[in-house]
Design a protein around this ligand. Structure first.
Ligand SMILES: C[S@@+](CC[C@H](N)C(=O)[O-])C[C@H]1O[C@@H](n2cnc3c(N)ncnc32)[C@H](O)[C@@H]1O
Length: 302
């Protein structure tokens, strides 16, 4: 099966599709750093760095499966209120999917977004537009832990096939994958007593709660702490998580967070990329194992 990936970001969707045996011919994004990272990991793919609201779809090669993750900030409650208007304007990126499907007529479409995407007031019209093109889109709410990822990440996947078939997603139920497997043995540790007052209070309380055992503490949501035997909660584009062990703590590294998204260590990025940019790429990605399972199901049904 030949695929293209729109809003390809760092390439979680592409990587999972490749793991499912699809060949990703084309990937596009307007953020040059993301295009560089994607190209480094998928050198055989044709890359375009462009605003997809102005794409020329005649440049896209023949393919069967359209993968797309339009910008989610306009739908996500995590958007910063200060940038609300800018993020609201990004909702229009979803129309690029309709536009591309209209011109290129693939056999199947998979769109990923935050669950709040369905609350967009234009969502019914957007679905209707795809339906007019022959795709009956079906909503799948997917929890990443059910696909072997050590993260409780809840995302919406809309899947539509021109042949009218529906896909059944395989679930890996059983013990929740533990975030412990993502942790490196070494790291730059600091003393909790030296942290700011709020952060210190959070970490002292979590450390006491888990009796000095290593645990994760979130400094944005105020979560009370997670033992490493559980999956981490949603990894976002911001630095939020510290690992606390006894009287010491350290921030999770971008590599540990990438593992928490299900990226293998063979997935790499240039050392010169800042932590802020790496967090943006990682926190926005589709978990590759989730993409792998969805694309495998689509291949079977198409
Ligand atoms: C949710 S992320 C996609 C993640 C990607 N599917 C992955 O698995 O890594 C959305 C991406 O869309 C890109 N984007 C936002 N607006 C865009 C536009 N107008 N044209 C092209 N890319 C855009 C962002 O830079 C971001 O990388």
């Amino acid at each position: 099966m030949k695929a293209i990936d729109l809003f390809a970001g760092w390439g979680g969707f592409t990587l999972g599709a490749t793991q499912a045996g699809a060949e990703v011919l084309y990937a596009a994004n307007h953020w040059p750093i993301a295009v560089d990272v994607h190209s480094r990991n998928h050198p055989a793919t044709q890359h375009e760095c462009q605003d997809l609201r102005q794409a020329d779809w005649t440049r896209v090669p023949q393919y069967d499966l359209l993968l797309a993750s339009p910008a989610c900030q306009g739908h996500s409650s995590a958007s910063q209120p200060k940038r609300r208007q800018y993020h609201d304007a990004m909702r229009s990126t979803a129309w690029a999917v309709v536009d591309c499907a209209d011109v290129t007529e693939p056999a199947a479409i998979v769109v990923e977004n935050v669950p709040a995407f369905t609350r967009w007031r234009l969502y019914p019209v957007w679905l209707e537009a795809l339906s007019r093109l022959g795709y009956k889109m079906r909503e799948h709410r997917v929890l990443a832990t059910h696909h072997g990822v050590p993260q409780r990440r809840d995302r919406l996947f809309l899947v539509g096939l021109r042949n009218g078939c529906h896909v059944a997603l395989p679930l890996h139920l059983g013990a929740e994958p533990a975030f412990a497997a993502c942790i490196d043995p070494d790291g730059t540790w600091r003393d909790i007593v030296d942290a700011g007052a709020d952060a210190r209070a959070r970490m002292v309380s979590a450390s006491a709660r888990f009796r000095g055992q290593p645990c994760l503490v979130n400094h944005v949501t105020g979560h009370r702490g997670i033992p490493l035997t559980e999956a981490i909660r949603t990894i976002t584009t911001k630095a939020q998580w510290t690992l606390v062990h006894g009287a010491r703590y350290r921030w999770l590294t971008t590599r540990e967070l990438a593992r928490g998204m299900g990226f293998p260590d063979s997935f790499t990025w240039d050392d010169s990329i800042t932590r802020t940019d790496a967090l943006r790429g990682i926190g926005n990605a589709v978990c590759p194992p989730v993409a792998r399972d969805i694309v495998s199901a689509v291949k079977e049904a198409a």
